[in-house]
Design a protein around this ligand. Structure first.
Ligand code: UD1
Ligand code: CA
Length: 457
């Protein structure tokens, strides 16, 4: 196998996005487009990946980290000029160079691999990935000669009326013989409508030198979408979402209504888990087998065990064990750790709290900045009073504690193992284990009070 290199073009501002965020950092299914591209490229046994950065250089670099080398393109003079910036890193090396745009997140690794393979088998100097699309507006058109061989690529803005009718487009993904590429780049001019140095011109240059130039046509036109504006961004989202859902279903996950279920990239879900409609499962989430999510649950960056049910609830940045029941209408806020067999019922908010095995907060509670032991029962309406207006404080609740309804635990405070808190208490000092704490005014019944009221006479 030849040495393989890759160049990812990611220096553009993305004017058509009308955004303060640089184009390639816009997310599709929770992951920046350029990250999708590098993830695909990385699976191809590439020796060296060079990303061309310009607008938002630091942000793109910090997104991709050390998975790529970087070349800076100071001024965006076109895609050929962009590739030229990789010259110091790549020129003179023998091998095949894949060039791909940072705004085409849907092109699959298999398709890139097929392009590279065909390119190498045919001994071509340049190969372009093409596709037939019903509406080729905006794309470069593939112009073939009478024998069907690729002659050149013409940009939409430079195309004649006849050329505009061509429905075979340039996807912006190419393979080149590395040495031929950097040699041909020197001859690219900016004599065109946009005054830019076009990378596709390399095809015509190599062709005119009598080199073998080939095209690989993917039959999946959806792959080829280049995201230039928000309309295309939503199309990319739709296609990627469908792909992700299909993958999970093939892996044994039941998705009741895939059109209405939003699972972001790289989420892991075990078999026999059922996802009900209206659910959003964000990047960074892992869900075990036999769980039930939804309807209408929003889960972001959570690790969830097996046989856990999360109905109509929100959970972010937390760990949730197995055999847990959450919701309906619960809110698990970041840094919570919910152990196995816990029950978090309706209108309960948990924040930065550890919940031990088998504990319950079944209704209408707020538990924040707390360590709750095992088999604790938190009665309806109870809260940890964690904030004094300036600082947050910790509440510790030992194993087997029973917190009566409508109690306030004013932190910092701790309740020992097995203690009871009488309903309606406001606890301001520590409660020893096994004790009963009553912290409320005694009830006084004033006999005949109402009868003797003047206005009753
Ligand atoms: C490009 C192709 C077009 C193809 C289409 C596929 C050219 C001239 N045209 O058009 O034939 O059909 O992609 O989606 O290549 N970039 C830089 N530096 C630059 C210019 C662009 O890094 O100076 C990057 C952009 O960040 C982007 C990519 O190159 O990721 C493509 O640029 P874009 O302006 O979107 O090209 P298109 O007009 O879509
Ligand atoms: Ca584009």
């Amino acid at each position: 196998m030849n040495n393989r290199f890759a160049v990812i073009l990611a220096a553009g501002q993305g004017t058509r996005m009308k955004s303060k965020l640089y184009k390639v950092l816009h997310s599709v299914c929770g992951k920046p487009m350029v990250q999708h591209v590098i993830d695909h490229v990385s699976s191809l046994h590439i020796e060296e990946i060079v990303t061309i950065i310009g607008h938002g250089a630091e942000k793109v670099q910090s997104q991709l980290g050390n998975r790529s080398k970087y070349a800076l393109q100071d001024q965006q003079l076109g895609t050929a000029h962009a590739v030229m910036q990789a010259e110091d890193l790549l020129a003179g090396k023998k091998g095949t160079t894949l060039v791909i745009c940072g705004d085409t997140p849907l092109i699959k690794a298999e398709t890139m691999e097929a392009l590279i393979r065909q390119h190498e088998e045919q001994g071509a100097k340049a190969s372009v990935l093409t596709a037939y699309v019903e509406d080729p507006t905006g794309y470069g058109r593939i112009i073939r000669n009478a024998d069907g061989f690729v002659e050149k690529v013409v940009e939409h803005k430079d195309a004649s009326d006849e050329e505009k009718r061509v429905k075979e487009i340039n996807t912006g993904t190419y393979c080149f013989d590395n040495e031929a590429l950097f040699d041909a780049l020197k001859n690219v001019s900016n004599d065109n409508v946009q005054g830019e140095y076009y990378l596709p011109d390399v095809i015509e240059i190599l062709k005119s030198r009598g080199e073998i130039v080939s095209a690989y046509q993917t039959d999946d036109f959806e792959e080829t979408l280049g995201v230039n504006d928000r309309v295309a961004l939503s199309q990319a989202e739709r296609t990627m979402k469908r792909r992700i859902n299909e993958q999970h279903m093939r892996n044994g996950v039941t998705i009741i209504d895939p059109d209405n279920t939003y699972i972001e990239a790289d989420v892991v879900i075990g078999p026999d888990t059922i996802i009900y409609p209206g659910s959003i499962i964000g990047i960074g989430s892992r869900i075990g087998n036999d769980s039930i999510i939804g309807p209408n649950s929003e889960i972001k960056n959570c690790v969830i065990g097996e046989r856990t049910v999360i109905r109509q609830s929100v959970a972010h940045d937390s760990e949730i064990g197995s055999d847990v029941a959450i919701g309906p209408f619960a809110h698990i806020r970041p840094a919570s750790q919910i152990s196995d067999e816990v029950k978090i019922g309706n209108f309960v908010e948990i924040k930065k709290a550890v919940f031990g095995k088998g504990s319950k907060a079944s209704h209408l509670s707020y538990i924040g900045d707390a360590e709750v032991g095992m088999d604790v029962n938190i009665g309806c309406g109870s809260i940890t009073v964690n904030y004094d207006g300036k600082n947050k404080h910790l509440t510790k609740i030992g194993d087997g504690v029973f917190v009566g309804c409508n109690s306030n635990l004013v932190a910092p405070v701790s309740v020992g193992d097995g203690a009871y808190i009488a309903a309606g208490s406001t606890i301001t000092t520590d409660v020893p284990g096994e004790a009963l704490a009553v912290a409320r005014a005694r009830q006084v019944n004033k006999e005949d009070y109402v009868k003797n009221l003047k206005f009753n006479k």
